[in-house]
Design a protein. Structure first.
Length: 362
């Protein structure tokens, strides 16, 4: 498949060695309907969606969120999934497990893979058009469903944290598999779903290939067809989609809360622990401009100090969008690159009437 960066839009970026298994599930979930792509270099994980594919997702989201019965089926299914995961999956992987059987592996992988089917629909690629329509029409069903979706997203985010991060379900499952089949158990983090299953059939991927994946790997779904990139293609896709570019003097994004503000940039890294948040808080001044990949409730103390908020990702129902409207401060979301271009201490002007951030000095 030929992948053209100009036909894609950035979705999410995460720091940390997210597994090939998670990336596999990601592109095969509901975001795969929009031709999702993942590329990871070292601990820099990024995802994209085709522009045309996103239009399909937005239309699908509008159909579901406008329909009381369709949304009820979706939301009840997701809540049941979260409940089952908390009761049966998370507790199972808190302690060291005996070797997982082939049947158990298939059952667990099938269950884990459903997460992004549900969670993907809480993201802006599904709900932003519905949000715009709710403002235009004041449709009570649409508004009620989107309000509930916001609550459901936070519950889903908690489950995602329990799945993905160090000590979580994915880590424990892969360590179980790695200890059983691989010389270096950590290599299991660089196996896609079909390769994990193949280990049980006596088929092992080469150590040289795993070594390369520690450097860079990627996968994509295009119109239902899956591609797991070779090392050479992964390098090429990374260069095409994420390669270094000359720093622009302005950045654009989507207006989530109108207004104009200027101030000093404070970068809030994603997936930080509370000690780091408190350190940033001690250095942040009232009226600074908060810049983040996305915000979470953990960053509320920083949001309340900010004169404005800028994020790389997110939609009109993202935490940053909702909080900025509640606080009455300007907010521009979905810039795709603000945390890569802006640095701590940069002086910027944010025009959230036009969706533009201007770098005044660096």
């Amino acid at each position: 498949m030929t992948l053209q960066p100009e036909k894609y839009r950035g979705l999410f970026k995460m720091r940390g060695r997210l597994t090939c298994l998670h990336s596999d599930f990601f592109v095969h979930g509901s975001l795969g309907f929009g031709n999702a792509l993942v590329i990871c270099k070292g601990d820099d994980w990024r995802s994209f969606m085709s522009i045309e594919g996103e239009k399909r997702c937005l239309q699908k989201g509008l159909e579901v969120f406008s329909d009381e019965i369709a949304y009820q089926q979706y939301s009840q299914g997701f809540r049941k999934y979260i409940e089952t995961a908390k009761e049966k999956i998370i507790p199972r992987f808190k302690n060291e497990q005996e070797n997982i059987t082939w049947e158990e592996l298939n059952e667990i992988l099938s269950f884990l893979g459903k997460f992004w089917h549900f969670y993907g629909m809480t993201e802006f690629s599904y709900h932003d058009l519905a949000y715009e329509k709710s403002l235009e029409t004041n449709n009570s069903v649409l508004k009620s469903n989107l309000d509930d979706l916001g609550k459901l997203k936070f519950s889903g985010r908690e489950l995602m944290n329990a799945y993905l991060f160090e000590g979580g379900v994915f880590h424990a499952l892969l360590l179980n598999v790695g200890n059983r089949f691989l010389k270096d158990p950590s290599d299991a983090s660089f196996l896609f779903k079909h390769e994990i299953k193949e280990l049980f059939e006596g088929v092992a991927i080469s150590g040289e290939e795993l070594k390369k994946r520690r450097q860079v790997y990627g996968c994509a779904v295009t119109e239902g067809a899956t591609e797991f990139f070779t090392y050479e293609k992964s390098v090429s896709v990374w260069d095409d989609f994420c390669g270094a570019q000359a720093g622009p003097r302005s950045i654009s994004g989507t207006v989530a809360s109108r207004g104009i503000a200027s101030g000093r940039v404070v970068i809030a890294p994603m997936l930080v622990d509370m000690k780091e948040i408190l350190k940033i808080d001690s250095e942040m001044q009232q009226g600074d401009i908060l810049v983040a990949e996305s915000t979470t409730p953990d960053l509320m103390m920083l949001c309340k100090k900010a004169a404005a908020i800028i994020t790389d990702q997110g939609g009109m129902l993202s935490h940053a969008a909702i909080i900025s409207r509640e606080l009455g401060i300007p907010c521009i979301i979905g810039t795709g690159k603000a945390t890569h271009i802006l640095k701590n201490g940069d002086l910027v002007e944010i025009d959230a009437d036009r969706g533009k951030i201007t770098i005044l000095s660096k």
